[in-house]
Design a protein around this ligand. Sequence first.
Ligand code: NDP
Ligand code: HSE
Length: 467
Amino acid sequence: MAPKESEIAGGYKGVSRATTEKHMKQKINVGIIGLGTVGSGAFRILRDNAELIRHRVGVPVEVTKIAVRDATRDRGVAIPAGVLTTNPSQVIDDPNIDIVIELIGGYEPARELILAAIARGKHVVTANKALLAADGAEIHEAARRAGVSIGYEASVGGGIPVIKALKEALAANRILSIYGIINGTSNYILTKMTEEERSFADVLAEAQRAGYAEADPTFDVGGIDTAHKLAILVNLAFGAHVNLKDIYTEGITLISPLDIDFGKVLGYKLKLLAIAKMHEGGQAEARVHPTMVPDDYPIAKVAGVYNAIQIVGNACDDIMLYGRGAGSMPTGSAVVADVMDIARRQILIEPSRRAQPPLLELPAGNATSDAALALQPMESIVSLYYFRFMALDQPGVLAQISGILGRHRISIAQMIQRGRKQGGSVPLVIMTHKALERDIQKALVEIKSLSCITEDPILIRVEGEEP
Ligand code: NDP
Ligand code: HSE
């Protein structure tokens, strides 16, 4: 008979204690590489919740080595003597370390360090979505061959358990769609610009001070971090590798207070959304872009550093996961949960009774571009659209613009022209009915070339019902 979960968990509930005890280690040793925002959160949780963690895992979990770049930096946490090093090899090569936590971020040396840890038979926990989105297949295949686990709950949604939800709790479903706010920094910026009318640069600096932003914040505001996370989610949800370059990615750098303001007037909030859908017939779509979301949609109310991920499964229907999407302790919480899970399911149990690999996993093998999930081209999506044109305030302008839209089968649902400025330019906002992206792009090129248009037009996709 298969063991119960309570029996697998280190046997501390007693039923299978006799069977597991002789295989049980007395302690789980953990090495951390990187003690910045997330590393220090994970370290604090392992220290402050040590007794609770010992009880739930069955044995103590102890951090025995931490590698950083600068050993003299004050990190606001007391590190026991002899634990800190500036040489990551001291973590990777330590035969007593069972689990290596990689929290330095970026591609190299993170990739090499993770592969070296796997080669030495160590389980790995990481929050590195950039690396997983690019090289996840290679890392997972190396881990599979070495018989070790990769925990990456912290890579998407900070403290939100979305990876576990997709891998385990929703495993019986065919996933139909994922909609989400999955970058805390961008949502923080858009929220503060909307609610406090503060400048983009000012709020970005605040998000950086809070430790939310990536080392290179253009990843956050350029939508790239969202695309990395979407690639990981799509992989789990649709069971196939996706090429990052195939995910249409647009960030929030061109968003101006003017568009936030017009959005308010029209009843929408501006959000950076990650959208993935699996259509009938197996055509998938995955895209990241600023989106106007109706005020009364739950996702419109997700503010600040909070993330929300709506998953639709063919059996469970709608699920909404919500929580802090970045920051030291929430992300540390996901990291430590992975450590505990690996300790219970992979280390503290005899090999024959170890948990099978998760039901859904990144595809094995070095997925080539041929094996990647084919994504629907952006030009074939259908959406509602918001346009803002800066146009000379003169007769005939509206007729020229609406003429071009009409010729491209784009029908106008609403229009706002604000202010009068004889000889100067004024904003002209148009909301469309549902239209094809290809038609929208062709119309934009034509409108942009009109002599009455004084700036590059702004185009924002709109979610919701036909206005
Ligand atoms: P930080 O920049 O705050 O910390 C990075 C840490 O890595 C620092 O302690 C740094 O050392 C150390 N480090 C960098 N390079 C090396 C190296 N070659 N050898 C040893 N140590 C090194 O990053 P975060 O904690 O913000 O991010 C870590 C990871 O977590 C990234 O992959 C990020 O994308 C991800 N993540 C971050 C979240 C957040 O809210 N910040 C949320 C979810 C995921 P030193 O301190 O000496 O400079
Ligand atoms: N920079 C990321 C964000 C960190 O702001 O969401 C969490 O992944």
